[in-house]
Design a protein around this ligand. Sequence first.
Ligand SMILES: *Cc1c(COP(=O)(O)O)cnc(C)c1O
Length: 400
Amino acid sequence: MQSHDFIQLEDTYGAHNYKPLDVVIERGDGIWVWDVAGKRYMDCLSAYSAVNQGHCHPRILQALTTQAKQLTLTSRAFRNNQLGLLYKELCELTNSHKVLPMNSGAEAVETVIKAVRKWGYKIKGVPEDKAEIIVCANNFHGRTITIVGFSTDPHSREGFGPFTPGFRVIPFGDAPALEAAITPHTVGFLVEPIQGEAGVIIPPAGYLQDVKKICEDRNIVLILDEIQTGLGRTGKMLAEAHEGIEADLTLIGKALSGGFYPISAVLSNKEVLGVLRPGEHGSTFGGNPLACAIARTALQVLVEENLVENADRMGAYFLEGLRRINAPHIREVRGKGLMIGVEFHPDAGGARTYCEALMREGLLCKETHDNIIRFAPPLVITREDIDWALERITKVFSQK
Ligand SMILES: *Cc1c(COP(=O)(O)O)cnc(C)c1O
């Protein structure tokens, strides 16, 4: 079977809720993937930052196979010998006090919404069913009904209502807007440190410090969605460290398994998670021993291979190289660590055509919205790899 046969199968039998580039990948190793015809590509998306440790990392693979032979799932009706170790290691690594494991990012977001509402009623004293959570315009937090209900992207919302009430939207990067939106019923502020899906939007310096102070002063839980920015992507273990703050609740997912398994977690510094009592929240697969063993090793790889420092150094090098490209269609190059966005002028013909041209050159990346390309390769990338990428990117961006 060839590429077009696989594509036809997907188109015939699958729901069309994605519009992928027409590359059919069958193998991956580090920053590289190969399609069914054997052509090699550099992966500059990393499954939206789930593969920070590189494709099929041998140590994580070993942890997976070893644990899979031993024990995979007990449900939380019983305990297992991996969960407590993951909790301890995660707390030590991120300076947190408590952990709640789930599977997908969206489930972690749903979990904090429940926990923060309950905290509002039990601890803050908000009247029953009145709790409000403030979120930002152009957010991306996942795809459930509640989450898309507070999205401002029409594609995410339209046709899916009615939605869950209790959310209020303010502009991103605007601390005074947060201050102004707070009411006596506000329980939490949910925000991404850098908006990834919106197109790598970096807030003004000092923003996280400002919102942290506002949340503290007004007794509101600060929830940072670090599902994409976390675990090294921006050159720090958590992006909050760029501003030296600690959120009350932090969400992680994606790279928590190095791409091997869906694993997410809520990390808590305040006793918000303490309001959840037995029977009030859970997940059959959440915290299963296979997930825990994989996550423990995926975290060890980040630390022991210095991938966070590498993201910082290689990110700066990549950014500098991209900024040197002298192409009139480029409007802005921005980024932190290896989370990089290139925005084109609206009349450049759309980012998608550049992604397709880069694919032909052997480099995979994806447009976000019409005019932005995100470059987010695995954190194991080297200077030579980036030189290789820049050569191709320069050629493609200079062509039109
Ligand atoms: C990917 C992502 C999510 C959702 O994670 P899923 O595992 O796809 O449910 C939530 N927030 C952010 C910032 C993300 O990047």
